[in-house]
Design a protein around this ligand. Sequence first.
Ligand code: MLT
Ligand code: ZN
Length: 445
Amino acid sequence: MRAFPALPDATVLAEPELLEAFRHDESHIVGCLPLAVVRPHGPAALRELVRLAKAEGFGLVPRGAGTGKAGGCIPTARTVVVDLSAWPGSLSVSPQDLSLQAPASALLREVKAAASEAGFFYPPDPNSWESCALGGTLATNAGGPNACKYGMTRHWVLGLDVLLADGEIHRFGIRSVKANAGPNLAQLFLGSEGIFGLILGATLRLTPKPRDYTTLLLPVKRWMDLLDLPGRLSAAGFLPSAFEFFDPAVLAELRAHGPEEARRLPGEALAILEFDERGCTSDDFLEALADLLGPVADGLEMASDARQREGIWAVRRITSAFLKERHPKKVSEDIVVPRSRLREFFERLEGTGIPAVSYGHLGDGNLHVNLLAASDTAPAALEAQLMTLFRLATELGGTLSGEHGIGLAKRDAFLALAEPGHIETLRALKRSLDPAGIFNPGKVI
Ligand code: MLT
Ligand code: ZN
């Protein structure tokens, strides 16, 4: 193609030095230089872009704030980045419908703030929640600590506006959780990473804002003592709104080199346990919890006010960036293991000899297993280690990604490990919804 053409109602960037930044997200992958970056400002731009993509045979790679962890928004060969950061639309809350309408360009923190100002709560809270775009969280079905109680992004979406291969924007879903006229098509696009169409806006579900919080630091003398707790809490009817952990290696790094608040963190390993249901600050609740925890509760510390709670969460929130700063070439995974098999997972992981350290969302079995010295490992050996890790999670009834998605980073592993029928069904859907293959080519499948 000659110079990238001007488009109606869009900003087009085509200078190589401006395109360079779009080759990255927050994964370890570097993509191709895109043919151009298009910032659409309305439907006319998208209509023309889809027409051009089909005529010229290039792909369209959606991008929000570029905070993804799996390379989902990274350009592959012969693609144009569709930067949705300027997509128009405003946020509006409908208290009567317990819903919030927002464009893909809204930042997640703006969505959460709008819900909160109206007295409601929008729970999805990926680690990047202050900088990521809503559109990216929808395309990747983002998770976060609160998923432990509230589920993933997909559990909070009532409807979506999606650009399809006909070049038009279609609305799927209504402002009600009860909508059963045929299969729920909005759900098909959530977590699809833009391979079936581009998400431009959403109607989100809200819930009343929690009023009470109990935030606990739970240090343990023996790391393995933490591993049965998520299952024991669930079985006894406790539902934490977050249950995060640091294994001994991550905790030691934080203590030795982390920010001030991390220096005095106790234990060989440490969990952060939070409850947000009504009554969770009462003596009755806390006594029942301490009874269930038993001797593990010996070193329990409770945040006594909002400032202490913030301090605890600040350490958890910087963990990923902190480890990346210290180990710039690290590889971070986000496997899932069912709660009932966590102990077995860590015992078997140790048996593999893979030099892994872990932290993350213990309460729902979503573990950020990190290979800190990935750059010192030969590429083939690193790939073998990752496959061993993914196989182990899968064998135990889990999966290779709990929240970051497949993108480019885990595509080969996904294709190797998923049931052939699963991949074939996804490919049949892709052929039917995107016969020209213009939407995010080379990703996921
Ligand atoms: C987190 O929970 O900190 C992130 O999802 C992990 C990561 O950045 O790898
Ligand atoms: Zn995470």
